[in-house]
Write a protein that binds this ligand. Sequence first.
Ligand code: ATP
Length: 362
Amino acid sequence: MGRLQLNDLKKVFESSNQDILAVNELNIDIKDGEFLVLVGPSGCGKSTTLRCIAGLEQTTSGQILLEDRDITHRKPKERDMAMVFQNYALYPHMTVHKNIGYGLKITTDLSKDEINERVEETAELLEIEELLDKEPGDLSGGQQQRVALGRAIIREPEVFLMDEPLSNLDAKLRTTMRTEIQQLQQDMGITTIYVTHDQTEAMTMGDRIAILNDGELQQIGEPLECYHRPVNQFVAGFIGSPSMNFLSVSRNGATLEHDEFTYQIGSDTAADLEEASTELTMGIRPEHITLARPDEDNAVETTVEVIEPMGEVTYVYFELGGETYTASIDGERRIQAGDDVHVVFPERKLHLFDGRTGEAIK
Ligand code: ATP
């Protein structure tokens, strides 16, 4: 069983000139068997959090509980967790067989035959039986990653910890391995915490995702919940690709005034905004912008600057008030740079944030 709780977890790196607050009062309750993705930009504290959970870093304060047992100060090998690193960390002069079996050899009193049997079962599960006699230097990146996974799996730990395990692989292999890791995790039902800076990986893999920024938890929830109902502008901009567009507006009754256009909101939205600040940030995802007729409500006139045909969709870049924005439109629609167009930001897809704090209002 592997319910894992982080209670007010804090990590400060002390140095002579400046202390760095890497993780600040993090509270996360990870269910037994859950796949939780920790995601955020470089330096937000993801790896430090994972390393604290693994026991590779001493926490400054707070608690880590595994099935209600306080493991905050236990040594890494007493935590019943297996970690997979970005660089695989395989032993270069051992065969794949030995790499996979080594953990069991040093931490259990299983016989040689029992270990061999477990290594073979694990290799079969990962479809790397034919690699068992090779050394890591003879393997491709993807194969090395499988061996690293094998080394973690064979221990049947209570928790898997994975730190950007796919970032050294090419895009195609990354997509394949993503599905394989998810499948393995589901089959084994082992609680997994997976660190990545890649929001696509987070969206597609996690049962829930925890989004960090500057050492602080911004939002935790199911991927689509974070996509549809981001709690603040940071999450809104981080989740989704291409990123959400943000436009500064001032509210005047039921009118949102931008330097280049005015936008009439419905009475329900206006009522929601009554108590809010008058300085707002309007957020609209590229995939929700439509091209419209000039007479359509709230149509905004602009000129296409650049297009990027992606196949299924085309990214259209346009400018308003000196800022460039992105729309993602049907790839079959004919459009080219220099075209004068009208864009519409449909009201039911609008996000509105407090212009000062960035907190979501609607
Ligand atoms: P990345 O995706 O780049 O690995 P991350 O989100 O995993 O980033 P961390 O590596 O956890 O971020 O780093 C969080 C902060 O703590 C950063 O400001 C980093 O510089 C700092 N930090 C991390 N490890 C140490 C250390 N050993 N000593 C001092 N500062 C550190």
